[in-house]
Write a protein that binds this ligand. Structure first.
Ligand SMILES: CC(C)(COP(=O)(O)OP(=O)(O)OC[C@H]1O[C@@H](n2cnc3c(N)ncnc32)[C@H](O)[C@@H]1OP(=O)(O)O)[C@@H](O)C(=O)NCCC(=O)NCCS
Length: 155
């Protein structure tokens, strides 16, 4: 599995098939074009033939935080290590740009996402009203050191 840079045609293919990656949740707002046009050098995709199998949108925030805004794996390609590979590649890109920490956000109901981030070694913390009144989120954080993210090797 080799994550590659996200292209405009990858981004268009993702937008055209959001339910394939996210189910029935409306996540169009998550896919702001700045993640391609401004932060494209830290956006990654895994392709299967000419299809997008998985992708990651992220950037390095001031203060040295590698922020993963979204990671999506097509429902046809789950549990094959694609999201883990995307995080590992992003961690390398972020570290090369000065990041020392990793951060991601998810919703308290997204048990699969929380389990995935835990498996990678990120620590979850429930933060009340993170996204506004009554909008709690789980904030996931981890460290990056000279060897990259502490990504557990899995099996
Ligand atoms: C969460 C998500 C990105 C995981 O992608 P994935 O490619 O299936 O994950 P990986 O195969 O790399 O999983 C690595 C490890 O994480 C854990 N894990 C992943 N998905 C899990 C799940 N649904 N339940 C429990 N553990 C899970 C496992 O320990 C897994 O290792 P294993 O398969 O050897 O047991 C994917 O389910 C997804 O796209 N979900 C919808 C979008 C979303 O919610 N994104 C995250 C919020 S930004």
């Amino acid at each position: 599995v080799t994550p590659e840079p996200l292209t405009a045609s990858d981004f268009a293919a993702i937008i055209a098939d959001l339910p394939g990656f996210w189910g029935e949740r409306d996540v169009r707002h998550v896919h702001h074009p700045m993640f391609l046009h401004e932060f494209g050098d830290t956006a990654l995709v895994v392709r299967d033939g000419d299809r997008v199998a998985a992708y990651l949108l992220g950037f390095v925030a001031p203060g040295g935080v590698g922020y993963v805004h979204a990671v999506g794996v097509h429902r046809s390609h789950r549990r094959r290590g694609l999201a883990r590979a995307l995080y590992a590649a992003f961690a390398d890109l972020a570290r090369a740009r000065g990041a020392t920490r990793m951060k991601a956000i998810t919703t308290p109901a997204n048990e699969g996402s929380i389990a995935f981030h835990r498996a990678l070694g990120l620590q979850p913390a429930l933060v009340r009203d993170y996204t506004g009144p009554g909008e709690d989120r789980v904030v996931l954080t981890g460290s990056l050191d000279s060897t990259g993210m502490r990504i557990h090797s899995g099996r």
